[in-house]
Design a binder for this molecule. Structure first.
Ligand code: TRP
Length: 326
């Protein structure tokens, strides 16, 4: 089975992103052949800083390897290193309508927030469809906010197949389980993020151990003293889920272990578990960031594999669309 996902080089390297993203990418390697594309070409559709983009891209790549992507088994690469992505987007724009692009909720939301809306913001889902379709992808692990874009990719694939002949596999999404969401430690009604108003409520993967301990010890808990996962205990429930992410245990196992112990020892143990979870990740990340040559070598290898995997699909697209081939 072939699995493809694209990740934007945004700066979010926190526990929530680890739980819902990094850890899942690494786990998907057990399900099939994984292509992970850092979608740098997608990052230029809204205002951005070029120096920033370069930094964030390299940071994300280092984090993907540090959290368990295996360069032997999987293909991790930059979108801009494989020309087929830009070419596929142009070809597919011929079978996508402006009407359907305008209906995308993300386009509506983002374009309302800006005075000047780039053409790329509108055509972004066409690039994304190409990303997925070039690789004969069966499954796409993806956030809930991307459902509509994946649906469009499926429509575009079917339309192309009907018009030009069977070319693309029609992909299916893999969506994160409900509840696999890590909340802010200070405001557990809100998802953990790096852009929130409570920096103390966000654990960064690269935080120093003592910072992680401090943040977890000062996490808000609820009234009572039972370590129990319940809707009226959002703070404690979140800490239990964090413990599950860190140790791989079930919620019931964590509840049973802290039965009658109160919040104090529990918080201490959650902190230790998270420190141990991120210790090797941080070490590997720093090692890779300290060796730009190694990172470039890994990326060159990924790009080579991605070029080889996408070339036949792109060639078939050109051929079926009636282009004279060189
Ligand atoms: N649009 C996706 C996001 O913002 C990123 C993305 C680009 C992607 N191309 C993709 C995701 C292909 C999955 C498959 O998160």
């Amino acid at each position: 089975m072939r699995i493809f996902s694209g990740i934007q080089p945004t700066g979010s390297k926190h526990l929530g992103a680890y739980s819902g993203g990094f850890r899942q990418y690494a786990a998907s390697q057990e399900l099939g052949e994984v292509f992970l594309c850092v979608v740098d070409l997608h990052s230029i559709t809204v205002a951005y800083d070029p120096t920033d983009l370069r930094e964030r891209t390299l940071e994300l790549v280092a984090m993907l390897f540090a959290t368990g992507m295996d360069p032997e088994r999987s293909t991790v690469y930059l979108q801009s290193h494989v020309r087929a992505h830009a070419e596929a987007a142009w070809l597919l724009s011929a079978v996508t309508t402006v009407g359907e692009l305008r209906r995308m909720t993300q386009f509506k939301d983002k374009s309302e927030q800006q005075e000047s809306v780039s053409a790329g913001l509108l055509t972004y889902p066409v690039l994304m469809a190409g990303d997925i379709l070039l690789y004969g992808t069966d499954r796409v692990p993806i956030g809930d906010d991307q459902r509509q874009h994946l649906e469009l990719a499926r429509d575009v694939a079917q339309r192309f197949n009907a018009r030009f002949g069977e070319t693309f596999t029609v992909p299916e999404g893999i969506f994160p389980e409900v509840g696999a969401r890590i909340m802010d430690l200070q405001e557990p009604e809100r998802k953990m993020s790096t852009t929130g108003t409570t920096p103390q409520g966000t654990i960064r993967i690269l935080d120093e151990p003592e910072v992680i301990v401090k943040k977890l010890k000062t996490a808000v808990t609820d009234s009572g003293r039972d370590v129990r996962h319940a809707p009226d205990k959002p703070g404690v429930s979140n800490l239990i889920e964090i413990m599950c992410v860190a140790t791989g245990e079930s919620i019931a196992a964590v509840e049973a272990r802290y039965d009658g112990q109160g919040y104090g020892p529990f918080k201490q143990d959650v902190a230790e578990a998270v420190v141990e979870l991120f210790r090797p990740v941080k070490a590997r990340y720093e090692e890779l960031r300290g060796e730009p040559g190694e990172l470039q070598r890994l990326l060159a290898r990924g790009a080579e594999k991605a070029r080889a995997a996408s070339a036949p699909t792109l060639a078939a697209m050109y051929k079926r669309m009636g282009f004279v081939r060189p």
